[in-house]
Design a protein around this ligand. Structure first.
Ligand code: HEC
Ligand code: HEC
Length: 244
């Protein structure tokens, strides 16, 4: 398989690094767009401070356009080999706010997904998450998924299943787009992913896949490879030891 997008990705990445993600930090003017006249604001201040401010979806959209769209595409629909979809309902349903916040704040080393923590406050990132979540009115099960039981598999068997079923897209070492011989899959063998993804989250995605992306569900008779619960746990246990 051949992925001409890699060249584009490198150019885009270096351009972004050179520009220091200009724009990401200038959240101020946008956030203030709906400011009240001074008198009113003064009256409303104490109440507004009493609880955490609600996330501002519109502000999130502006930040997304400025900082993310270049890779994740319009409305986060993604482009295999360049950046994953951020709108599919399985991701939005199973990813906890914690997973999304940490991924956006810290990036996913060593992939092209940059860290935004130095340019954005947590509240800016929460606005982006609110914008992403506005794509789907889907049940949010991320916290439950994160608390699912840990995988108890055999990594040697997991290696076999992974090599047979997953490596063609994710790379033999789970290195993702950057790994020679891999395809459209993301870097699920890297510490940048594994340090943030719970076993429950990985299990959910393997079972259910991701709509509108090449990632399919692999569980049971209807799944692409009819994997069993045990085989899925074997794969997760393998990922936990190849971490690179
Ligand atoms: C230079 C390109 C680039 C930019 C800019 C970028 N990303 Fe990413 N992002 C990526 C890539 C590539 C990945 C997948 C990395 C991998 O292979 O695991 C990713 C992964 C992610 C993930 C994890 C998705 C998943 O499937 O687990 C989230 C969430 C994310 N990005 C959000 C953002 C947000 C929000 C912004 C803007 C603030 C942003 N990204 C900007 C390239 C980019
Ligand atoms: C046909 C190619 C393909 C195959 C085969 C495949 N994947 Fe994927 N996988 C993808 C793509 C593409 C994505 C990112 C989807 C998106 O854009 O959100 C993905 C995403 C994932 C994710 C979420 C990662 C993240 O960044 O959040 C996990 C976990 C995953 N795959 C595990 C597996 C496992 C385990 C197997 C083998 C049982 C497998 N995949 C087989 C293409 C594939």
């Amino acid at each position: 398989m051949h992925y001409p997008n890699k060249a584009i990705m490198l150019v885009v990445t270096s351009m972004l690094y050179l520009s220091g993600f200009a724009g990401g930090a200038q959240a101020g003017p946008v956030a203030k767009a709906d400011a009240q006249p001074t008198k009113l604001a003064a009256v409303q201040q104490p109440e507004a401070n009493a609880k955490e401010p609600a996330a501002n979806t519109q502000h999130g959209q502006v930040l997304f356009k400025e900082n993310c769209e270049v890779c994740h595409q319009e409305e986060g629909r993604g482009k295999p080999g360049l950046a994953p979809s951020l709108t599919n309902k399985e991701l939005l349903s199973a990813a906890s706010d914690r997973f999304l916040l940490e991924t956006i704040r810290d990036g996913r080393s060593p992939t092209a997904m940059p860290s935004f923590g130095a340019y954005m406050k947590d509240n800016d990132i929460k606005d982006i998450i609110a914008y992403l979540r506005s794509f789907h009115k889907t049940a949010l099960i991320g916290d439950r998924v994160d608390n699912d039981r840990p995988a108890m598999g055999d990594p040697r068997l997991g290696k076999r299943w992974f090599t047979q079923v997953c490596a063609g897209c994710h790379g033999v070492n789970g290195g993702g787009y950057a790994e020679a011989g891999s395809g459209s899959g993301t870097a699920i063998g890297t510490s940048g992913f594994l340090s943030k993804a719970s076993d429950g989250f990985i299990r959910y995605i393997i079972m259910n896949g991701r709509s509108n992306t090449p990632m399919r569900g692999f569980y049971g008779p209807d799944g692409l490879a009819s994997l069993t619960h045990q085989e899925i746990d074997d794969i997760i246990s393998y990922l936990r030891i190849i971490q690179n």
